[in-house]
Write a protein that binds this ligand. Structure first.
Ligand code: CLF
Ligand code: SF4
Length: 290
């Protein structure tokens, strides 16, 4: 449903470890943890951890300033030339942090060939899209956990939007509208959009296929149904089993391509998806020679 991609974008998709499952063993990504602030409170998020919309909890990533992020990128790309994607995925929401744009600008100036990737909760997507395009983001992930405000209101405690706190249905309506309008505008602008959906048993499990139908209409390229990591207000919810997740993915597949190899990376992960080098000791890195 989206616009046809040009040759450069097709190359970027083929070299993106999250967008193309064949690419995952060959090409890597680096996450730059430059975005500490978040403008919403998801019920499964504990703030000492990285954004759970696209990461697994651990020790919080050390926040880098844009210049430090550029230096880290220089080092990593020199050492690991198979890394083709530079991304910002937290530890908070990239669009709620000006450092995100500064960092992308610095990276693009020095590495014009590299794919710039970002993930967001989408609250500010409509208003920040032009900035995102200006700095050269070409692959974008939006976490959409519900398109029904009644369900979304159970997942997000509150949002802070233009200086005001909203809760419940009102908050859900604002976020869903901005996500869907933002995704449509991003697809129309030629961005390759991926949607992450956190599968939360008893909350959105029956609803995920409706999200997939909507993503088809919007021209979303790929969908990643992630299992809930149960913490925070959702600490008592049992995460879905692998089988339950598989059933949901199969129901969604007719509408939008499914990503099944997500590793729920940290906001400072780098290397191949299966081998997050940020968590590896120096010795181990030498042993496996990457
Ligand atoms: Fe990072 Fe996300 Fe870009 Fe990939 S991760 S911002 S699209 S470069 Fe990938 Fe990691 Fe899963 Fe994310 S495996 S958590 S889907
Ligand atoms: Fe936490 Fe990410 Fe949700 Fe923000 S968007 S509350 S950082 S999970």
């Amino acid at each position: 449903n989206g616009p046809a991609f040009d040759e450069e974008l097709l190359r970027k998709i083929a070299e993106h470890p999250c967008y193309d499952k064949k690419a995952q063993h060959k090409y890597g990504r680096v996450h730059l943890a430059v975005a500490p602030k978040c403008n919403i409170q998801c019920n499964f998020c504990v703030r000492e951890f990285d954004c759970v919309n696209e990461s697994r909890p651990g020790v919080t990533s050390k926040v880098l300033a844009p210049q430090e992020a550029l230096e880290k990128t220089r080092q990593i790309l020199a050492d690991y030339p198979f890394i083709k994607v530079v991304a910002i995925a937290g530890p908070g929401d990239p669009l709620a942090n000006e450092a995100t744009f500064e960092t992308f600008e610095l990276i693009r100036k020095e590495f014009p060939e590299i794919t710039l990737c970002m993930s967001t909760n989408g609250l500010l997507l409509t208003e920040k899209l032009q900035d995102m395009l200006r700095v050269g983001v070409s692959t974008l992930t939006v976490t959409v956990n519900a398109i029904d405000p009644e369900i979304q209101a159970k997942i997000v405690d509150h949002i802070v939007y233009h200086g005001k706190v909203y809760r419940g249905i009102e908050a859900a309506q604002i976020q869903i509208k901005n996500q869907l309008d933002g995704i449509k505008a991003a697809v129309d602008a030629g961005v390759v959009v991926k949607v992450n959906t956190v599968l939360i048993p008893g909350i959105n499990d029956k609803h995920v296929v409706e999200i997939a139908r909507k993503l088809n209409e919007l021209g979303v390229y790929i969908m990643n149904v992630m299992p809930l990591i149960n913490q925070g207000a959702f600490a008592d919810i049992e995460p879905p089993t692998a089988e339950e997740r598989k059933v949901v993915q199969e129901a969604c597949e007719p509408y939008v391509m499914q990503m099944r190899h997500c590793r729920q990376c940290r906001a400072d992960a780098y290397g191949l998806l299966a081998q997050d080098m940020s968590q590896m000791s120096e010795e181990r890195r030498k042993v496996i020679k990457i």
